[in-house]
Design a protein around this ligand. Sequence first.
Ligand code: SME
Length: 162
Amino acid sequence: MWIIQSNYNDIETFYSSLNTELHSLIEGEKNLIANMANISSWIYHAMPDLNWAGFYLWDENDQELVLGPFQGKPACIRIKPTRGVCGASYKDNKVMRVDDVHSFAGHIACDGDSRSELVIPLVKNNKVIAILDLDSPKIARFSEKDEAGLTLIMKKIADIIL
Ligand code: SME
């Protein structure tokens, strides 16, 4: 049994613990989908004020992102690299932190409650293989510290799970 303790008030400690916890969660497991499922669940339950947390995987044949494991309401299944915050993150291999999704041209509203968003590419051999997408019903939910903490963790995790 996993016990998810969240000490989000101390954000440095939170991300240091999250790093350790996610590494324990995936230790010894090679299946990408299983690892992404558990990672999205852990993040969704550990971080306050999220309404969606999950992955999109790049489909080389179809040349678009396809919905992967997630927590939250059902979401759009396929996203072209020219569309939305996720598409921009994929296309530019860039972390996207959007304070107000209503002012982001082309934002795809999967869940009407979403107001801010953080998208982090997962890279292997200089190629984006997947993206992690976090949505919040709060405007400007994600800080620079969230971006830095999660980006570092995803960099290390990508080396293991991809
Ligand atoms: N809002 C995203 C689409 C994915 S859902 O939020 C889960 C976007 O604009 O790319």
